[in-house]
Design a binder for this molecule. Structure first.
Ligand code: PEP
Length: 254
């Protein structure tokens, strides 16, 4: 059975004190109230990673992720953070290619492919984000866009490396807008993504890849989204900033 993963991306929110308080509350609520076996990932700003990883050492199913990484190993890249540094903080996951990074920092698929390689080199699982804009969906180009995003950043990998990757389908029009893709719309794209992975690597590999949905996931819509056969969890923005709503989304996953 493939892994279910619920991850909360805090983006540029929470100072250290606020971040530690959030993890302390949410990790305990999840431990006390959640009986399922989904993996939980907290994705705070870089500067909180080490402290949060330490806090979660005694919570077997709860992990820490970074929001980004450099494609370089080390050197004169002021302001960048490498995957070796991230790994040394006790981190397990790294978000790669979030639409905000594509949009505001011009991250393109070829560059993202290098970041994927940098993660895998240091045993970090990339959470690779893909998804179309509203304009692309309205022009019925969403499958084409997603196929290109997945193909150009991931399909240079061998099958064993591909198995370390988590894919997050995040329609840009649903991120931070309160507009969620319907369960049918999300399932259709998730099945499409699994299909193109199967065409490249075979069904056995495709069936093991976790594909998360992201875009205005809330406690009210999580259970229905999670009932779809190809939706294996969520990448959550706004609702991950409060322990109660994050825990309630986790509890919606069996
Ligand atoms: C995200 O940033 O990945 C996201 C899905 O945000 P939100 O849940 O706020 O739409």
């Amino acid at each position: 059975m493939r892994k279910k993963i619920i991850a909360g991306n805090w983006k540029m929110n929470k100072n250290l004190e606020e971040g530690l308080a959030l993890v302390s509350e949410a990790s305990n609520m999840i431990k006390d109230e959640y009986n399922g076996n989904a993996k939980i990932v907290f994705i705070p700003p870089f500067i909180h990673l080490n402290a949060i990883a330490k806090m979660l050492e005694s919570y077997p199913n709860q992990f820490v992720g970074a929001q980004n990484c450099s494609n370089h190993e080390s050197g004169a890249y002021t302001g960048e953070i490498s995957t070796t540094m991230i790994k040394s903080c006790g981190v397990n996951y790294v978000v790669i290619g979030h639409s905000e990074r594509r949009q505001y920092f011009n991250e393109h698929n070829q560059w993202l492919a290098q970041k994927i390689d940098a993660c895998l080199k240091h045993q970090l699982s990339p959470i690779y984000c893909c998804g179309e804009t509203l304009e692309e969906r309205e022009a019925n180009k969403h499958f084409e866009v997603i196929e290109k995003q997945i193909g150009e950043a991931l399909f240079h990998l061998h099958a064993d490396a591909m198995l370390q990757v988590v894919v997050a389908y995040e329609p840009v029009w649903a991120i931070g807008t309160g507009k969620t893709a319907s369960t049918a719309q999300a399932q259709e794209v998730h099945a499409f993504i699994r299909g193109i992975i199967a065409n490249k690597y075979g069904k056995e590999v495709a069936d093991q890849i976790t594909i998360q949905y992201g875009g205005s996931v809330k406690p009210e819509n999580a259970a229905e989204l999670f009932s779809a056969p190809d939706i294996d969890g969520a990448l959550i923005g706004g609702a991950a900033l409060q322990s109660r709503s994050f825990t309630d989304i986790v509890k919606a996953m069996e």
